[in-house]
Design a protein around this ligand. Structure first.
Ligand code: PLP
Length: 435
């Protein structure tokens, strides 16, 4: 054990006595890659420091929210000012309107928005609304896509669960998931078959348009077009889970990306989280007025939250969105992320390590595979022990990537060219070791 991990080990031992697995979200426990999780002491810009004072270049960014990097001055200022005016009221505030308006102005399909506190809550609520609005029970999802841990969605779910090689969770009665269909991502034939059999009973199809919970896998344009056509044809709602991709892959999210590929494309409902809270617990779902007005207090679909639209969280989200809206923000972020992927690819090729990478905006994925995977089972063909060596080799060199091969990665606006070059140089060393 190196001295730098001592303090992390101490904290992990203490945490495990009081918190199951020592963590409050499973992937943090490093179980997929082994070793001791690093306990974060503080973070600034593209870096965080662990409990032993070791600095890491951060490619997780809280799994997406920290698109500006840590401790952006304008965001810190907004949050501090908001906190002085009160933490929570249980009564409406102006900032909730401002945030809903800001989101709606950037995503044209969202005529109305409701704010909640986590992506899980947003996806769960959107699902209930889809069922309530259509009067149908069945839902369709794809293997490897994660939509939070609501019971009905824990069917062969992606990240987190895959750590334990367990496709479903205990504690979810079969009756609760009997209406959930799970199909292979990017498989048009399966999709058509499912709609032919169940189309008239389907409330919605929920999808991560660019999946970030089975590493990084994009929906093919033809597949996405078919999702849209079949939903329209059968009266099912197309629900885009953009908790990860929203304001991460581009200003209008993945839906703007697909609209640029498929004329007139638009999902029916959108689920958001992560970036819209800028690192605070905040999420949202939205869609056409006619559907959103089915929600309580206007309509019969119940949904509520004590901390929903929290005044400090909305200040954080608004300040974050103000930054990403600045001209050139995504162009610069995209160029950085692409540059990183190109550098890593070149280093892997030089070492003779099979490697493929993809990215969109500030979200990326790379695979120790000869081809980019198109679905979950292809992602899982990755050589796990080789990935673990890559992970630990990078960690030892001060580069923190996701501690599991089925997670995406994130670059922030705060990452400098030097950070990216340091990362590529570290990876080049590790590729030589794992070739
Ligand atoms: C993170 C994530 C969720 C869940 O959000 P939480 O805030 O962790 O509950 C849902 N869907 C997708 C696509 C996500 O990436």
């Amino acid at each position: 054990m190196t001295p730098s991990t001592d303090r992390n080990t101490e904290l992990f031992d203490r945490a495990r006595k009081i918190i199951p697995g020592g963590v409050n979200s499973p992937v943090r426990a490093f179980r997929a890659v082994g070793g001791t999780p690093r306990f974060v002491q503080r973070a600034q810009g593209p870096y965080f420091w662990d409990a032993a004072g070791q600095r890491y270049i951060d490619y997780i960014g809280s799994w997406g929210p920290m698109i500006l990097g840590h401790g952006h001055p304008a965001v810190v200022e907004a949050v501090t000012r908001a906190a002085r005016d009160g933490f929570s009221f249980g009564a409406p505030t102006e900032r909730e309107i401002e945030l809903a308006e800001a989101i709606a102005s950037l995503m044209p399909g969202l005529e109305m928005v409701r704010l909640v506190s986590s992506g899980t809550e947003a996806a769960m609520s959107a699902l209930r609304l889809a069922r309530g609005a259509t009067g149908r029970s069945k839902i369709l999802k794809f293997e490897g896509c994660y939509h939070g841990h609501a019971d009905a969605l824990l069917v062969k779910a992606g990240s987190g669960l895959a750590t334990f090689g367990n496709p479903t969770s205990a504690g979810v009665p079969p009756e609760v998931v009997q209406h959930t269909l799970v199909l292979e991502y990017n498989n048009v034939a399966q999709l058509e078959e499912a709609f032919a059999l169940h189309g008239k009973d389907l409330a919605c199809l929920v999808i991560e348009p660019i999946a970030g919970n089975m590493n990084f896998v994009r929906a093919d344009t033809a597949f996405m077009r078919r999702c849209r056509e079949l939903c329209t044809q059968h009266g099912a709602l197309l629900v885009f889970d953009e908790v990860m991709t929203g304001f991460r892959v581009g200003l209008g999210g993945a839906q703007a990306h697909y609209a640029s590929l498929i004329p007139g494309f638009r999902p029916d409902m959108t689920v958001l989280g992560k970036v819209i809270g800028g690192g605070m617990p905040l999420a949202a779902f939205g869609g056409p007025r006619s559907i959103m007005e089915q929600l309580a207090p206007l309509g019969p679909v119940y949904q509520a939250g004590t901390l929903s639209g929290n005044p400090v969280a909305t200040a954080c989200g608004l300040a974050t969105l103000a930054e990403v809206r600045k001209p050139g923000f995504y162009e610069a972020l995209t160029a950085k992320t692409r540059g990183l992927m190109e550098g890593l690819s070149a280093a892997a090729e030089q070492a003779g390590v099979p490697f493929r990478a993809d990215s969109e905006g500030g979200m990326f994925g790379f695979f120790l595979l000869p081809e980019l995977p198109r679905n979950y089972s292809q992602v899982m063909k990755t050589d796990g022990s080789r990935f673990n060596k890559l992970f630990h080799g990078l960690l030892d060199r001060g580069v923190y990537i996701a501690p599991a091969l089925y997670e995406a990665g994130f670059v922030s606006a705060a990452h400098t060219q030097e950070d990216l070059e340091t990362t590529i140089a570290a990876a080049a060393e590790v590729f030589q070791l794992i070739a």
